[in-house]
Design a protein around this ligand. Sequence first.
Ligand code: SF4
Length: 381
Amino acid sequence: MSKLRLSYSKMDRYKTCPLSYKLHYLDKFKSEPSDPLIFGKLIHTCLELYVKNAKYGEDEILSIFTLQYTNEKLTCQSMFEEGRQILINWVKNNSDVHDLNILGIEQEIRMNIAGFDLIGYIDRIDQLDDDTIEIIDYKTNRMIFSREDVDQNLQMSIYTIALKSLYPDKKIVCRFDMLRHGFSMHTERSEEQLETAVDYIKSVGNQLKTASEFPAKLNTNCIYCDHRQNCGVFQKALIGKQEFICEDINDLDSVAKEYQEVSNLAKILYARKATLGGVIKIGLLSKEKLEYHGFKYAMGKMTKITYPNVNKTVDVLSNLIELDREIIEESITEVKKTKLDAFLKEQKKKWDKAKKLTVEMALKKTADISFSPRLNVRAIK
Ligand code: SF4
């Protein structure tokens, strides 16, 4: 039996779904990455080429993106626009990148942890000053990491262990660039955290060495799984078949179990609905309407009406209805929060902490704040 080589992706795949691990690494099924996975890799490639070439600017990175998008045969327009925006923002926020002391890009690392050979690739390694080295990982996740995600991320622990052995006298710090959100999140690892990571790697490594069963673990990321075509559980989920039905509605344990299963199924079915809807829309490019199984499909128009000139709108209304102008103004004008947030974001760049706090407090006094209860559900790591 050949020696088991570990990587973060291997361990993460096993933890997320043992079946996916088996199909990928043991049965060696051909990986069929979903468009979002291809997109994530493509953005990484663009950033890698951009950072490597000091002569590149915004135009060059956008040309590379367009070329790669074509080569990968991606067709989604909103994804294309989003990709361009991610790169434009990143280049703007990292205008000094070509002046930095960069030690490695897509840097391969190999090491032995707890008796296992471990391999990985670090997106970028920067020397910040004589004493500090920074590990940078680009993330295209839609969900922003929580502080816990950042501080406990195993990938960063592995990278820190690798760099500590390469640069024993330096301080190692870590940074996640949350590309879709335009900001970075920073973290470090203590000796204790690294020791825990080593123990964890040892535990997962031993599980991988001895595992004989690889159950499917349906989860919210199944729609992106590169082996979903070969996964019976996913195919069953596509027809909306539930495995578990809670018999006693007072049994919270069972309720939560079914709730999670239904949530996973719903996400899979919504994604499927979007794919099918896309195909029907393409069919409607050449025909005004389609009729199948007793339903008619046609493209409609969604009308959104806005009244950008508040004064003119109030003038029209106060001339036509018997109400005081002041009452009308109070009833129909409101500050748009998204616009206010964008405006404040720009202004805050010029303000110090005290000024930011003063403005925030003053605005809070004028705001209507209401809270509605919401159920937050996150996977336990
Ligand atoms: S589709 Fe979901 S359940 Fe199936 S192998 Fe992939 S991750 Fe596992």
